[in-house]
Design a protein around this ligand. Sequence first.
Ligand SMILES: [Zn+2]
Length: 755
Amino acid sequence: MKQEFQLHEVYLSSLLHDIGEFYKRAALEDDKNKVYNTFKEKLPAQDINSPGHREWGAYFCKNTSLDKKDVIAQRILEHHNPVSLVGKIIKIADILSSGKDREQKDKIIDYRNIESVLSLVDIGKKTNKKYKALGKASVYKGLLDSEQPNIKKEYKILWDEFYETIKNEKDDERIYYILKEYTQNIRKDFDNTSDISLFSHLNTTAAIAVCIYRQYEEEIKKGEFEKIEALLDKLEGGKSPEDEIFCLLKGDISGIQGFIYNVDMDGALKALKGRSFYVAYILEIIARYIIKNEGLTLSNLLYCGGGHSYILLPAKSIDNLPKYQRFVDEVLYKAHSLDVAVLLAAERFDAGIFTNNNFSEIFDKVGKMLAQGKNRKNKSIMSHDMFKPRWLAERICPYCNRKMDSDKCSFCSSFESLGDNLIKHRYISFEDVINEKRQIKNVFDIFESFGFRIRFSDEPNLKSYSISKEEFDFKKSMYYIKTANHLHKNGNGVVSLDDISKISDGIKRWGILRGDVDNLGKIFHSGLKENKSIARVSTLSNELDMFFGNFLEGFIRDEFKECDVIYSGGDDFFIIGPWSKLPYLAEEINKRLCEYAGGNPNITVSMAIEIAPDIKFPIYRVAEVAGENLDRAKDCKRGNYEKNAISLMGQAVGWEEYDTHKLIKEILVGLINDKVTRNIFNVLYSIFEQNQRAKDNNEIFRTWRLVYYIAKLKERYSKNKSEIDKLINLILKNHNELYSKLESATIWADLETRC
Ligand SMILES: [Zn+2]
């Protein structure tokens, strides 16, 4: 018990060790005097910089409701010159999080904005530094060209709200989320690490401190602190320590495409919602299961999104990896046979990885280990069951191969019910249960196998997650869910695919828009140049996740409410909507991401749109084609450009040519609406084909037919002459070069004008 109590002390002291950086920037003279008077015996006389961030932090702590708040205040106070063991652990973790031992000076004027790390990512193209406005993480205020002139006032407003929110808290998890919300847009300090957020620094320091504590737990119990003290000596002496204290565990989910989209068209949207929520959360639940078993904290889950999770563990935990993998395999095999798998890989590493500022290297390493293990899919259960027919009964569910007792498969229906609950309720929570599930009959059993029971409610609950992000409030819930949840609704509930199709212009169909960030691996591997400290890598992943996990859904809800966000998080998204809205939504997502990254040309996104050939066409088939088209958009090389494209009507269009493309479509639509003959489409299709044939046969493309047709068209529709001229100028360059994406633009206009 005493040990657990000490873990709480290690965790909270490290999580709050630099909170004084925030407080002192917001401080009024009044508070400054109080802080000064509280600690005046310990402060150097006549030091104009005192009190410093440690005193501010300790003073804050004393005025909260934390358990052991006086001890924690003491640890914060001593974190640069530690006396106690916990103080030493925090100092080590502080240095490792930053990648170096820095003399943190308490300067007088230090009201500055944090730089946007996304605007500074450099994988070969010139960047342009932008700043983030001070404020809460979930409120996007746009980037700034220069720092806010009245930032001191802003600090005060933000601090007051933060303090009101946190002062009566006792729960570690809630404190974690409050810090995440209030310290993510704050600059850590004022040396050269100007784009690292205070939250990333606090959070990674806490994760590291907890690992050190657990790794040396046995020694600590016996009162042997030599290893920890020697480590601190090395770090203070600027040496790169080789103590193998940590391991990074990566989890990867596979088989999800087939699983999510292979649903019965009856109630398809609810089922998709439930399944994509499940897929987004199963990795987090497994991560939390491991964290719970290893006695770690939420801070140790460094990242979870886009089908990957990363946990920072003490090195000794690697011995338990086979046990965890076996258990995960067993549960998922019972649930999905071999269709869905979660693979885990871990690598031990020494503290020097942190001080060499190369945390990305260890990310790469576990990534490669997982890639090699991919073929191994469920190896630990390969030996049995595999070749036996699973069910001998006659009625088998076509989606999950389970025996069906009635017309509906109860396992598959449970995902629909999960989706339905997410639509109907306001809060969801994951309650701890003892995991003794032997059988898996539904999705809820899967969560319970890992020790978490899902509960839905409409009543506020401080340990729950708000399903709607716009309603999120710390007084009513702990945080909001990490997946997008917007579905188009009307008075009768969720609008069906039939009705979504009816909203489209022209041909009545639904479509799929999906996309993800280009060069993600490269961005993390080399985009941060020489400073790849854990805190900086983590700031970058938080930034991306905030866009896809929160802001994207926000503007879709406001401006494209007819579209359903099936999935959005990490670095990718999947949206279903009336097909004709999707290109405009795609354009908006591209524009917003570009803005969010401060116009950084190194951050780009590729997308694909695919239209359902028929309203009743299976979603998974359309999703599959959209996936293939997305790959094609990524493969799209043109001059100096690469990726950064959208696949539209089967052709990849670079974002740099999208405006022209759209203009051609709009002119064509305008002409048709003005009663110009639809035969223009047939002519354009056939011209495009002739051009392709000429290219294939190395012949010169003869433009006379097009020129002749256009001349006739202008004669016949003289009032549209100028629009027709504009069109021909766009599709025919230098008299004989046909616009290479003409087919796509023509199909777009054709479909949009069909009744
Ligand atoms: Zn089924």
